[in-house]
Design a protein around this ligand. Structure first.
Ligand SMILES: Cc1cc2nc3c(=O)[nH]c(=O)nc-3n(C[C@H](O)[C@H](O)[C@H](O)COP(=O)(O)OP(=O)(O)OC[C@H]3O[C@@H](n4cnc5c(N)ncnc54)[C@H](O)[C@@H]3O)c2cc1C
Length: 398
């Protein structure tokens, strides 16, 4: 048979475990949700339960304490938690970092970090964005200088999620400046390197950026002032970090799509329930009005399409398809799922009328979360640029 759309028993079990984690949190749900959305407190109870279930070891081999289940079960776990109203960006970020270390790290760096990540003892942030570089990663100026027995990191990263809660940060830095790269006659993709940096290292300072969009976590500008990074914390080859970078960015896009699918299902569940119960005219529930029902039906069809894109991207990743195949499918999945989630939240709020804005229904908080997915982890424009250039062969405009 060419296609089989059924999930394996293992994947179904993972979905069941993710659901039972959410069910167990039900007695404390009201406080937990408020802590996450209003007080922006990190959901330790959710993190600990996910770690205990092995969800942080899916992309890590058994040799380093993981379970090697792969991207599909992980995406299903992320999706199921979001179906139950729990966003989990830090879980996404730590897993994307784990993927990068597992695929590119030296034996020393793998031994040092992967077992701690798999057990949940090491939360990781990811830092590429800089104030003056933004979407143009090759323009970053944070510099790691080789000073003999270690590297010295200097520069600034911005919008870094959850770094205050993190134990380590995967940092993308230049080890050759753009000028040095030019002088060597190399392309601008050359001279980037990736490091694991201990979040408590002397020389690191954080400034809070009041931001919305990611549940239970804050964003910071990180200032690195001559931060000492051990030589063994280099991930992948010196100056050749560009390809390695995508082994974390693709998983991030796939897992962002999974979160968007779960968020959409959450919205549809809430909206359908409310539309069946709410009566305002003539004894019929508002769900009988096609003006409300059809947009929800469209979101239902959207969700089926988004899930197919998502699971194909997972399959490409797990089957170790080419970077082009994994990258393309991760981009398609993230793009479609983000746009879908924005529409779904809007439609669920519309279905709830004024109650859509009440905290009780938990929808209004998802407004910024869904909208953020259009802009981050990669903006819709940069995905469309990628698709235009790499999938359609069109000339680059920038
Ligand atoms: C809540 C939040 C959390 C974040 N967490 C992290 C994190 O943990 N780690 C991290 O490294 N970063 C993080 N980011 C940064 C995020 O990835 C960037 O904000 C995003 O990639 C866009 O970069 P920018 O904000 O600099 O926008 P810019 O690059 O300045 O772009 C501005 C606008 O111009 C468009 N644009 C730019 N260039 C082009 C082009 N060539 N063609 C068409 N349009 C273009 C963009 O799509 C965008 O709409 C986070 C951001 C937010 C808001």
């Amino acid at each position: 048979m060419a296609f089989d759309f059924s999930f394996s028993e293992e994947v179904e079990q993972v979905r069941g475990v993710a659901k039972s984690i959410c069910d167990k949190l039900a007695p404390q749900r009201e406080k937990l949700i408020k802590d996450i959305h209003v007080h922006r407190k990190f959901p330790h109870a959710l993190w600990d339960a996910a770690a205990e279930a092995g969800f942080l070891g899916c992309l890590i081999s058994e040799k380093y304490g993981g379970n090697e289940m792969g991207m599909l079960p992980l995406a299903v776990a992320v999706e199921e938690m979001a179906v139950n109203g729990y966003g989990n960006a830090f879980f996404v970020v730590t897993n994307m970092d784990a993927s990068c270390i597992a695929m590119n790290g030296s034996e020393a760096v793998k031994q040092k970090y992967l077992p701690k990540i798999a057990s949940g003892a090491c939360k990781m942030a990811f830092a590429v964005t800089e104030p003056d570089a933004g979407s143009n990663t090759f323009r970053i100026t944070t510099y790691a200088k080789d000073v003999g027995d270690h590297f010295e990191l200097k520069g600034q990263k911005t919008f870094i999620t959850g770094v205050d809660e993190s134990d380590a940060i995967l940092v993308v830095a230049r080890t050759k400046s753009l000028d040095e790269v030019k002088a060597l006659g190399q392309p601008k993709t050359f001279g980037l390197s990736i490091f694991v940096v201990d979040s408590k290292s002397p020389g690191i300072e954080l400034s809070l950026i009041p931001t919305h969009g990611i549940e239970g976590m804050n964003q910071f500008t990180i200032h690195f002032d001559q931060v000492k990074v051990p030589k063994e914390n280099l991930v992948g080859e010196l100056d050749m970090g560009t390809m390695a970078l995508f082994t974390s960015l693709n998983p991030e896009r796939i897992l962002a799509a999974a979160a968007a699918c779960g968020m959409t299902q959450f919205c549809l569940n809430r909206a359908s329930r409310y539309a069946n119960e709410r009566v305002v005219f003539g004894g019929k529930p508002i769900g009988s009005y096609q003006a409300l029902a059809h947009p929800l039906a469209e979101s239902c069809i959207d969700l089926e399409a988004a899930r197919l894109l998502l699971y194909k991207a997972c399959w490409n990743y797990d089957s170790k398809k080419s970077p082009f195949d994994v990258g393309s499918s991760a981009n398609y999945a993230k793009f479609f799922a983000a746009e879908m989630a924005i529409r779904a939240v809007d439609r669920a709020i519309e279905t709830h009328g004024g109650y859509g804005f009440s905290e009780e229904y938990e929808l209004v908080w998802l407004w910024t979360s869904a909208r953020l997915l259009r802009t981050a982890p990669i903006s819709r424009e940069m995905i469309l640029n990628y698709v235009s250039e790499h999938n359609l062969g069109l000339p680059r405009s920038y």
